[in-house]
Design a protein around this ligand. Structure first.
Ligand code: GUN
Length: 283
């Protein structure tokens, strides 16, 4: 059965739109999301365009600030500090990747943890790892919500994650662990990978290799979450060989229309949470 992230994200964004309307009436203020884009990486251009469009549709003030790729690390740090002190900016993200001469983690950790709506900063990551309330990274947060929507409870299940990135793999592992799954993280150097993936009740794949997970690597009845967004011959292809894997799964996310749309919905949710925290709004 398909896990329809596209439909679910529409529902989340509709709910958010209603919440933002009510918040505006009650507070006379508008949640603000600022997105910094350095250079003009084609994939980033598309992501950022969609973030601005969806934020605006939800009633959030979206402010895109662009810099030339020649901007220095220090200049970018100074811009982030300015926005940290701007009361109309409640959520602040810097689209990745950044040019090679800029240290991404330094920039991310300059963002105020209260405005770090990507949840990429060390404080939010540390809180997540410690089981404390935090702003959670958008993609794994969206996946957890999708599982919940389809009544898939990770408790006691063996969740196998392929990919150990700071953005998806690692926070995904912790979120599943916090929901009482038994978690294994695999990566490019894992030996006998298919023996491990075949044990997965829930298999999350975020490795960035088109159709990498084949039918023989998946257990019958598994739940398969495909985070891959690979462009092949101008088409979007996941990390899972969907056509052949789909028939043996109980649930699977398509690409496109699975995990991708949920990332933006979660980012916008995080922006509204950051807004409410900033103005001390109690529900
Ligand atoms: N680049 C690819 N995905 C993301 C994301 O979720 N946030 C940011 N800031 N950059 C990205």
């Amino acid at each position: 059965m398909l896990l329809n992230g596209k439909e679910f994200s529409k529902k989340l964004k509709n709910n958010l739109k209603i919440e933002v309307e009510n918040l505006k009436k009650e507070t006379n203020q508008t949640p603000g999301l600022t997105i910094i884009l350095v250079g003009n990486n084609p994939a980033s251009e598309i992501y950022v365009r969609n973030k601005v469009k969806d934020a605006t549709n939800c009633g959030i003030n979206a402010n895109l600030i662009r810099f030339d790729e020649t901007i220095s690390e220090q200049e970018l740090i100074d811009e982030v500090i300015k926005l940290n002190n701007d009361d109309t900016c409640h959520g602040l993200i810097v689209q990745l990747p950044l040019p090679k001469h800029i240290n991404e983690q330094v920039i991310i950790d300059t963002i105020s943890p209260d405005k770090d709506v990507d949840g990429f900063g060390i404080l939010n990551k540390g809180k997540l790892f410690s089981g404390l309330e935090s702003i959670e990274s958008a993609t794994p947060k969206g996946i957890m919500k999708l599982l919940e929507e389809y009544n898939i409870d990770p408790k006691g299940k063996h969740a196998v994650i392929v990919g150990r990135s700071n953005i998806v793999g690692k926070p995904m592992a912790i979120m599943l662990l916090n929901k009482h799954a038994t978690v294994t993280i695999c990566h490019s150097r894992t030996e006998n990978l298919s023996e491990i993936t075949k044990q997965a009740d829930i298999l999350v794949v975020a490795i960035g290799k088109p159709k990498f997970i084949t039918k023989d690597m998946v257990k019958e009845g598994a739940v398969v979450i495909d985070v891959g967004t690979n462009r092949v011959d101008d088409k979007l292809v996941g990390d899972v060989d969907f056509e052949n894997v789909d028939p043996i799964t109980s649930y699977i996310t398509p690409v496109p229309g699975g995990v991708g749309p949920l990332t933006i919905a979660s980012l916008l949710e995080n922006t509204v949470i950051a807004f409410k925290n900033a103005i001390n709004f109690k529900n």
